[in-house]
Design a protein around this ligand. Structure first.
Ligand SMILES: *Cc1c(COP(=O)(O)O)cnc(C)c1O
Length: 442
């Protein structure tokens, strides 16, 4: 005992006030803001408990039953449960690897399992709703592989199927990717698979945004159409920040080798435990209700935004996100996002079909309802958010008006607690600079 480092059992607050304060400020920000970034969510207290557990101490290179280290019997149970539940969550899936650290890592694993450097693939353009890891020039997917892009039609914002056909027929790719970060409509995976397979390509579905909707049965499943399926676990699925990758039975060895030892060393067993908890919870009826409410809220918000002068791309939404052109309100996406940030409503700027501005400015914004719905917000709050949005944009050069709306936003936000973050916890923590004047716990 004499040689034991006496600091080992102390709290962050005792040992590192700078970090403790930053966490406290972020807790308050999460409490007082209304989070409408479509890719964000609040995970379960139970998921955070697993993620903060002693499993972070364990090395477990390899897979259950085939580890390079001793003492893996309990983490094997964890990883086996995560795998079983993931497969149960997606009927028709055949094999899953639960070790990818993130969505982008899962995509790189699927690339490594199915292609050689220099091989061609077809994906949705980043500026049309695709993702960085689908061949952007600055990403390894675009530097080491050879992408050809399809997009959406400039007039109605829907997938340009002729463009998909053309890209696949001319590029003759190994892989076609279906999956997007800013597409508000249903993706027809069967049709993507038919095009890919007709040209001798495989289909990779990246369901990062919609995997919760798919699990709940409120969006068509990529199974059994896709040859590879990747996802994040922290978006609509509401688990820890991480990734997963599925393969057909005949691709199982390839995806497992691609993840480890191909791309990663030891798996994050604490995060895998948190994924297992989230998958288990997503199997419950409460999760289906949550996803249905998320969709209902998105429809209500889309209608309310349209009524407030936003031009809703594609005229509405089938999923959890809404893409809007804000130029009818006399602002750019950047200006609209800044106006909303100043009242405590968090969204992101987004390019729109036929975009004329740079990605740093844009003509549009993206709203999403998963996080607000987790806090229990419903149609009334969605209508209110649309009204506040239009008011904030109109008052963007009037600090007093913005401050008044910000107080209303914080008041409503505090009626809907962040999971696992109660008033008692916050009362113990340092006040945030930004909200110092209004920070008394509710
Ligand atoms: C969010 C997202 C990813 C990346 O996930 P990270 O965990 O941030 O790496 C990949 N693909 C799509 C379509 C996404 O929306």
């Amino acid at each position: 005992m004499a040689d034991r480092d006496p600091l080992m059992d102390r709290s962050i607050r005792e040992l590192d006030p700078a970090i403790a304060d930053a966490i406290a400020r972020e807790s308050r920000r999460q409490r007082d803001h209304i989070e409408l970034i479509a890719s964000e969510n609040y995970t379960y207290a139970a998921v955070r408990e697993a993620q903060g557990s002693v499993l972070t101490n364990k090395y477990a290179e390899g897979y259950p039953g085939k580890r390079y280290y001793a003492g893996c019997e309990f983490v094997d149970d964890v990883e086996n449960l995560a795998r079983e539940r993931a497969l149960q969550l997606y009927p028709g899936s055949e094999h899953v690897n639960v070790q990818p650290h993130s969505g982008a890592s899962a995509n790189l694993a699927a690339f490594a399992a199915s292609m050689q450097p220099g091989d061609r693939f077809v994906a949705m353009d980043l500026s049309q709703g695709g993702h960085l890891s689908h061949g952007a020039a600055v990403n390894v997917s675009g530097k080491w592989f050879s992408p050809t892009f399809y997009g959406v039609r400039p007039d109605d914002g829907l997938v340009d199927w002729d463009g998909v056909e053309r890209a696949v027929a001319t590029a003759k790719p190994k892989i076609v990717i279906a999956g997007a970060s800013a597409y508000p409509r249903t993706l027809d995976f069967e049709r993507f698979a038919a095009i890919a397979h007709a040209h001798g390509a495989q289909l990779l579905v990246d369901m990062a945004h919609i995997s919760g909707l798919v699990a709940a049965g409120v969006h068509p499943s990529p199974f059994p159409h896709a040859d590879w399926v990747t996802s994040t676990t922290h978006k609509t699925l509401r688990g820890p920040r991480a990734g997963i990758a599925f393969a057909r039975a005949d691709g199982a060895a390839a995806i497992d080798k691609a993840v480890f030892p191909g791309l990663q060393g030891g798996p994050l067993m604490h995060v895998i435990a948190a994924k297992a908890v989230a998958f288990g919870l997503a199997l419950r009826p409460e999760f289906r209700d949550y996803m249905q409410r998320t969709l209902d809220n998105a429809k209500t918000l889309a209608n309310a935004l349209a009524a407030n002068g936003f031009r809703v791309i594609t005229g509405g939404t089938d999923n959890h996100l809404i893409l809007c052109d804000v130029t009818p309100l006399g602002v750019t996406g950047k200006e609209a996002t800044a106006a909303l940030e100043s009242i405590g409503v968090t969204i992101n700027k987004n390019s729109i079909p036929g975009e004329t501005r740079s990605p740093m400015v844009t003509s549009g914004v993206r709203y999403g309802t998963p996080a607000a719905t987790t806090r229990g917000m419903g149609p009334r709050e969605m209508e209110q958010i649309a009204t506040w949005s239009a008011e904030a944009i109109a008052a963007r050069e009037n600090p007093a008006a913005l401050a008044a709306i910000e107080r209303e936003v914080a008041k409503v936000a505090r009626e809907f607690p962040v999971p696992g973050l109660d008033a008692r916890t916050l009362a113990d923590e340092a006040p945030s600079a930004r909200h110092a004047a209004t920070s008394d716990a509710p």
